[in-house]
Design a protein around this ligand. Structure first.
Ligand code: ADP
Length: 218
C-alpha cells in the first residue's frame, strides 16, 4: 500500500446532531470496529495542555459554550489527523474517517472540503430538546466537563448549534443526508447508524477477509 499523499482527501462520514444527541457515544463505538476511524474534534481540544496557547484559547471559548475560531480549529484538526496517519493509527486507504464535532459551521464546512470527501451525513435527530439538555447535565457531572457544568452554558451551546451548526446540513447534498432517530439505547441507535455506514465502507474500501488481522490489537 503506497504512502498516503497529503493532497488526497480523506473518505469520511459526518456524525451530526445537536449537543447531547449521542454523536460521541456512536463515534466511540464505530471507532472500535476495524475499517473505521473516529476523531472527535472536542476530544482533540480537551487533550491539549491547558497551559499551552491553544489550550488557553480552547478554555476561553469552551467555558462559555462558544466555538473556537475556525482557522485555529481546522488547522489543529488537520495537524492532528496527519499525526494519527503518521502513527498508523488512522490508515486513510483502509479506514472510513468518522467526523465528529467538525465542521461546526458553514465556514468550517468550506475549509474542510479541501481535506475530506464527505460520503454521508448521519443526522442524529432528537425532537426533545429538554431531554438532551438533561443528558448533557448528567454527563457533565460524571465527566467533570466545564462546558456542560452550568445550565446557561448548555443553553448557549444549543443556541450556537441552532444558529451556526444546523445550517451545515445545507452545505451537503440532501442525497447523502440520513436521518437517524437519536432516541433509544446506544445499541438500537447503532443499528441504524450501521445501516448507513456499512454500505459506504464496503463500497469505498477493499475489506480484508473476515478474521484477517487488521489492527494493533490483532
Ligand atoms: P459535544 O459535547 O457537543 O460533543 P465537543 O466535545 O465536540 O462538544 O466540544 C466541546 C467544545 O469544544 C465546544 O463547545 C467548542 O468550544 C469546542 N469545539 C469543539 N469542536 C469545535 C469546532 N469544530 N469548532 C469550534 N469549536 C469547537
Amino acid at each position: 500500500m503506497p504512502d498516503y499523499e497529503p493532497h488526497e482527501k480523506y473518505q469520511s462520514v459526518l456524525l451530526f446532531g445537536a449537543p447531547g444527541a449521542g454523536k460521541g457515544t456512536q463515534g466511540a463505538i464505530l471507532g472500535r470496529i476495524p475499517g473505521f476511524f473516529h476523531l472527535s474534534c472536542g476530544e482533540v481540544f480537551r487533550s491539549l495542555d491547558i497551559h499551552s496557547e491553544l489550550g488557553q484559547t480552547f478554555y476561553e471559548y469552551s467555558s462559555k459554550g462558544e466555538l473556537v475560531p475556525d482557522d485555529v480549529t481546522v488547522t489543529m484538526w488537520v495537524r492532528n489527523v496527519a499525526a494519527q496517519t503518521t502513527l498508523s493509527l488512522f490508515k486513510p486507504h483502509d479506514d472510513l474517517l468518522i467526523l465528529d464535532g467538525i465542521p461546526r459551521n458553514v465556514e468550517q464546512a468550506k475549509l474542510m472540503d479541501e481535506h475530506v470527501n464527505v460520503l454521508g451525513v448521519i443526522h442524529l435527530v432528537c425532537p426533545d430538546k429538554e431531554a438532551m439538555i438533561k443528558r448533557l447535565t448528567r454527563r457533565a457531572l460524571k465527566e467533570n466537563r466545564v462546558d456542560d457544568a452550568k445550565e446557561n452554558v448548555i443553553r448557549n451551546r444549543w443556541r450556537v448549534y441552532e444558529q451556526e451548526t444546523a445550517p451545515v446540513l445545507e452545505h451537503y447534498s440532501s442525497s447523502i443526508i440520513h436521518e437517524v432517530d437519536a432516541v433509544g439505547s446506544p445499541a438500537s441507535v447503532l443499528q441504524h447508524v450501521l445501516e448507513v455506514v456499512v454500505p459506504i465502507q464496503d463500497s469505498h474500501f477493499n475489506n480484508p477477509i473476515s478474521g484477517e488481522p487488521t489492527g494493533p490489537d490483532a
